[in-house]
Design a protein around this ligand. Structure first.
Ligand SMILES: Cc1cc2nc3c(=O)[nH]c(=O)nc-3n(C[C@H](O)[C@H](O)[C@H](O)COP(=O)(O)OP(=O)(O)OC[C@H]3O[C@@H](n4cnc5c(N)ncnc54)[C@H](O)[C@@H]3O)c2cc1C
Length: 415
């Protein structure tokens, strides 16, 4: 097989987007996935409005919109069944903002098929088992094809978009466990929902929290995040169903709806990753680390990392240099951009599991539409997180939570 310019391992959002961006620039790209498409993935399935411009650049926004029967208006949060608020996405330059909410089988297939349309050579059922090194840098991959025949593929540069179990993480020992405790996510689609649900609902209440998003009329996706010890020796499906229905707000939204598939699970949610210390390799998407899905931004971050990787690789191709010194620009830009989001995510994690603080913070947000709208815009990836991580926002929030200051008089929409 003639060497490719780029090999991309993994055809999820990060990998397919990387392959499309590079093919649109004229590079010869191979995109490999061990799965066959359509393939599923445990996910909350709501996609930040901030992803829209990237999807448009990839040439898939129209297809996504045709496939998406319902766009979400914002986010509704409830804390321990006591406090809650419902905030629309704030407008951007006078434009109202909404988010796609689409099953991953559909979302990922649209991207995978688009890669084929723009000339990416796709290899389904190809399991990458190892990286190939030459002169101390990555120069290709090896593994087994769909017929279990060994293959060896060469390229100037490899992008590992293999997600949380990416081959580079294991091969180069890059995975570190995050400081937060491990969690388990359980997910299923529910059918028979009586009324249209216009917002993504986040409910924080024992045994963990849920994200609920309508993905089609009468159909919602519900992810329940719990501690692994909560489900030990339990029937997963029964535990999941009972826990979801135990919360009266969720039960109210669901009516007589029931799961239309067996619950799926993914464990050890949070992890951090060291950047690779060799040339010829870039990591994108979840392969770069993962904090927690509460703010549901993984798809946006994956698409954005693909965009940044493509920008750096364009320079590397112009220089004919794929050394660590050149590729490191990507790593620095990505980390700088994500720093504040990760800070916010850690802050929210610190609040979520402290019932009293969580209720107080939620009450402050319910009383202050400006604060909650800004939070939702940041989570939606189109308002700079600087606005929240700035001391002013935190002051308002914390002083409000401590009852020291009136932060707003107008009540936000409640539910
Ligand atoms: C519980 C949960 C809820 C979430 N909810 C949301 C949400 O609501 N909104 C949101 O934006 N994000 C959400 N996320 C995050 C989102 O799912 C991820 O950030 C996103 O899927 C990452 O995309 P990716 O392309 O990096 O990896 P993936 O989507 O995991 O794709 C990786 C691909 O690589 C392939 N692969 C892996 N290893 C190999 C190999 N060795 N050889 C060949 N192929 C390989 C796999 O088959 C797979 O297709 C959630 C995540 C979790 C865990």
């Amino acid at each position: 097989m003639n060497p490719f310019d780029v090999i991309v391992v993994g055809g999820g959002p990060a990998g397919s987007a990387s392959a499309i961006f590079l093919a649109l620039k004229g590079y010869r790209v191979a995109l490999l996935d061990r799965a066959k498409f359509p393939r599923d993935k445990v996910c909350g399935e709501f996609i930040s409005p901030g992803a829209d411009p990237i999807l448009a650049e990839l040439g898939v926004l129209d297809s996504m919109e045709s496939a998406c029967e319902t766009r979400l208006q914002g986010v509704a949060v409830s804390a321990y069944e006591k406090e809650g608020f419902c905030a629309d996405y704030p407008p951007l330059s006078g434009r109202s903002m909404t988010s796609l909410s689409l099953q991953r089988t559909i979302f990922d297939s649209i991207l995978w098929n688009r890669a084929g349309e723009v000339g990416v050579e796709r290899f389904e059922g190809f399991q990458v088992a190892d990286l190939v090194f030459e002169d101390g840098r990555v120069a290709g991959v090896s593994g087994w094809d769909v017929s279990r025949v060994a293959f060896n593929m060469r390229a100037q540069v490899v992008i590992d978009a293999g997600g949380r179990n990416a081959v580079s993480l294991r091969r180069l020992g890059l995975k570190k466990s995050a400081k937060t405790t491990g969690r388990l996510a359980l997910a299923a689609h529910w059918e028979g929902v009586p009324e249209h649900i216009s917002h993504c609902h986040m409910h924080i209440s024992p045994p963990g929290y849920t994200g609920l998003a309508e993905v089609a009329p009468g159909k919602v996706n519900i992810v329940l995040v719990v501690r692994p010890q909560d489900v030990r020796n339990r029937d997963l499906h029964e535990f999941y169903k009972t826990s979801v229905l135990r919360n009266p707000l969720r039960a109210g939204l669901l009516g007589t709806a029931r799961p239309c598939e067996k619950v799926r699970s993914v464990d050890s949610l949070a992890f951090a990753v060291r950047p690779p210390s060799c040339g010829g390799l870039l990591l994108v998407g979840d392969a770069t680390g993962f904090i927690d899905p509460f703010t549901g931004e993984g798809i946006y971050l994956s698409l954005r990392s693909a965009q940044l990787a493509c920008e750096t690789l364009t320079k590397a191709f112009a220089l004919g240099d794929f050394s660590l010194a050149v590729l490191d620009e990507y790593e620095r830009r990505r980390r700088k951009e994500n720093e504040k989001k990760y800070k916010l995510s850690r802050l929210l994690q610190g609040i979520l599991y402290r019932p009293s603080l969580c209720k107080k913070v939620t009450r402050v947000l319910s009383q202050n539409p400006d604060l909650s709208a800004r939070l939702v815009g940041v989570i939606g990836d189109y308002i700079d997180p600087e606005e929240l991580v700035s001391s002013r926002f935190l002051w308002d929030l914390m002083l409000g939570a401590l009852g020291k200051r009136q932060t707003g008089s107008e009540k936000n929409k409640t539910f």
